[in-house]
Design a protein around this ligand. Structure first.
Ligand SMILES: Cc1cc2nc3c(=O)[nH]c(=O)nc-3n(C[C@H](O)[C@H](O)[C@H](O)COP(=O)(O)O)c2cc1C
Length: 342
């Protein structure tokens, strides 16, 4: 029989995968500690977007995505994770503690999801006209529900247009806010940068692709002309894809963490089916627009993210911090906050 892995070896494997979770502006606002038979996941408030995300909602969604990846990576080793999700009033940055008390072989479905952790990329732009694989939307709905979130598909034309208008209004208003622009600039390094966080110019298109209705992306290039060249011939018909809202019944930090878990589950599922997902959090960063989405398009549930789902070739390349920079032995890194963008 082979020697069982130590907690440190398990944590190194798990964290090397978890860092590939999506995070707002690729802030990677997390750190991990390993103790005996337990990994703790902490939010790293030094990496929270102070202007865009004063309550830490997007930071916690990002940490939730990392948490789901921790659980999946433990499954890849044949362990059954047991996660305790916050709150711990005495330790507000502690997101979750995960142990692995039992063993069970990984299922085929889990193996497929795990295989997407490093492959999956956030899509930015339009989609090919081909339809989504049959049953994908049903699968995504059920994956979201696993973690207490809901995927609401916005199907009728009027509501699709209203959602697009909310994204357009938000994007315009963020571009007019100098504090927001300055904050975005901290997380959008120039091409060729050696930064291992933030949104690199290899991950977004240089020219926005118009769709009807139009869901504008964030202005990562800020007029510098950075970004990827067009992927398709200008004449090809490209669409906005299937649009939806990821919502929760309540709006506490635990709901944000669960949103992140649901998000990563859905993103990996879509990726395993050959589909891509675009995320728009612009209207959720403005209280008035978020309330509009909650009451008009969310049936009163709290909108956490706007998603577009479709088929597209994956061309984006992203970056991540070295797992060794975010994993500490318990006691060693508990109070350690990383410095944020340089
Ligand atoms: C809470 C949250 C909000 C996000 N909002 C946006 C967004 O508004 N626009 C966007 O293009 N990407 C958005 N993203 C995706 C991140 O920018 C992306 O995960 C990060 O840059 C890493 O790239 P990757 O997902 O391709 O690995 C968001 C991700 C999270 C978790």
């Amino acid at each position: 029989m082979s020697t069982p892995m130590t907690a440190e070896q398990i944590a190194r494997h798990v964290v090397a995968e978890a860092v590939w979770a999506p995070s707002v502006n690729n802030t990677q606002p997390w750190r991990f500690t390993v103790g005996s038979e337990q990994i703790s996941l902490y939010a790293d408030p030094a990496r929270r977007l102070e202007v865009a995300d004063p309550d830490g909602r997007e930071m916690m969604i990002s940490c939730g995505a990392a948490l789901f990846t921790v659980r999946l990576a433990l499954r890849s080793l044949g362990y059954v994770p047991r996660a305790r999700v916050l709150p711990d009033p005495g330790d507000p940055d502690l997101v979750a503690q995960v142990s692995w008390p039992e063993r069970a072989a990984i299922t085929e479905f889990e193996r497929r999801l795990f295989g997407q952790v490093r492959q999956r990329r956030t899509h930015r732009g339009a989609f090919d006209p081909e339809p989504l694989p049959q049953d994908l939307l049903a699968a995504l709905r059920s994956e979201a529900a696993h973690d207490g979130a809901a995927l609401r598909i916005i199907a009728d034309d009027g509501r699709r247009a209203a959602l697009a208008a909310a994204v357009q209004t938000a994007e315009r208003s963020l571009e007019l806010d100098s504090r927001r622009v300055a904050e975005l600039a901290q997380w959008t390094p120039a091409p060729g940068s050696a930064r291992d966080d933030g949104v690199p110019a290899t991950s977004y298109p240089a020219r926005a692709e118009r769709t009807d209705p139009y869901y504008p992306g964030r202005d990562f290039a800020r007029g510098h002309g950075w970004g990827l060249p067009p992927v398709s011939a200008a004449s090809a018909v490209r669409t906005a894809g299937v649009v939806g809202l990821l919502t929760t019944a309540a709006d506490r930090p635990a709901d944000w963490v669960n949103t992140g878990q649901a998000l990563q589950r859905m993103l990996l599922t879509a990726s395993a089916w050959g589909a891509a997902v675009a995320l728009h959090s612009q209207p959720l960063e403005l209280a008035g627009l978020r309330e509009f989405l909650r009451t008009r398009l969310g049936d009163g549930a709290y909108p956490q993210l706007v998603l577009r789902i479709g088929m597209a070739a994956q061309v984006a390349v992203s970056v991540r911090r070295d797992p060794a920079d975010v994993l500490f032995s318990s006691g060693e890194g508990g109070d350690h906050a990383s410095p944020g963008p340089g």
